[in-house]
Ligand binder design. Sequence first.
Ligand code: GDP
Length: 483
Amino acid sequence: MLTGHNQKMVPSTPPDTAVSGAETIAAIATPAGAGGIGIIRVSGPLAGPILSQVFRPHRPVSSFASHHMYYGWIVDPGTGSLLDEVLAVFMRAPHTYTREDVTEIHCHGSYLVLEMILALIFRQGARPARAGEFTKRAFLNGRIDLTRAEAVLELLQAKTGPALGLACGQLQGRLHDQVMAVRESLLAVRAVIEVAIDFPEEEGEILDPARMAEQLQQEVIGPITALLADADQGRIFRKGISAVILGRPNVGKSSLLNTLLREERALVTAIPGTTRDTIEEYVNIKGMPVRIIDTAGIRDTSETVEALGVRRARAKLAEADLVLLLLDLSTGLTPEDRQLYANIRENNGDTLLLVVLNKQDLVPDLDPGSFAADFPEEVLVPISAKNGDGIRQLEQAIFTAVAGQDTLPDSGPGCAPNLRHRAALAKALDACQRAAAGLTEGLPPDLLAVDLQATLDHLADIVGETTTEDVLDMIFERFCIGK
Ligand code: GDP
């Protein structure tokens, strides 16, 4: 439920962007292909008239009650021929997805039927909707702010539970409300500065620079810094990370990939060097989408280990967020292993790395801890790719290394600003830090007002109040048609 606070925060529609009276748009809202049902969505002033023209309810009605489902047939008014048996609903503005009049027709899920009905609707005066245009109208008509419009897309694209949780939180306004709370504090500080500008002779009594700088620190700089940290975590769950499996031939790279995938996809062989291609697969590790790259195929028999470590693996290493260095417990540590490890650390000192000790089943009596002396800085995880022992612990170690914590809080990963929000937050932080420093240094109020306004502008950009048309286009073009 919206609180009074939230309602106040919903941006009002600027007159120049209002789209009421706009053209009526229509699209198939369900995916292509045969399905149980397919839905056609129509939005705009003709949504009601078009329904009256193409839909014949089972029991005749003088007008369609809003938000009521009617059973009947789609009829071509030109020929009188019946196209499909459907359920149809008319929803009167403003309580609709777009805040315009909306009609939805639930047909049988044959794409041919859907296309024929859509063509009929176009003949009655609607035009094809562009990608994301329904959601864009919801935004332009002030029903949702830009962060919530973006959340719709993220919800559609989420690959794991936590990513879905993030999208849902954002759709509920979690990011919007935090940005608006920061903005309220800024407006309060700016109001005082404006009074000081208007009454310069009383500036000394009006301004309390130390207290105001502290307020900016607590209520603006602190929360924005926290949101920026959330953005990094959000990226992990939304886009996922990439992990590369490195190790000399035959240590079990393909087997590990397969075990992680729980299916025999990659080529597994006892002959070194016959896995030809780099293999990449997505796995879901505790809600984190992880792209695992098996570099078994990057070995060329004519190449030295140095070449393997430095040249061809470097490209894969550079794009990886995490390296799994795989060793074979049954053979013990070899010069090749040491060389590979040295190469990784020399070239990618900061890369997250786990030392994975494979084939534990072959040497059950060997203490994997005996390898610790060779890797004093690293986390060691003994496993058997063959029988799956230690794989849970490996997944946990991957999660901990990447997320920086063992588990997610019950509430999920919190708020997750995307790259666009992140850029605006960073600029807002910068401007606000200048304002806070200016207060401490005793800058005149009119100069302080400039930095405070810049902070406000960057925050307004996040929720879409000042976002330019080309940025909006870029955002909504990523949606599918019918959304
Ligand atoms: P890669 O060259 O590093 O990709 O190694 P592979 O995954 O092709 O494995 C090489 C050989 O080691 C195959 O015969 C695997 O069955 C075997 N192997 C891999 N992991 C294990 C393990 O944990 N235990 C045992 N006993 N054999 C393994």
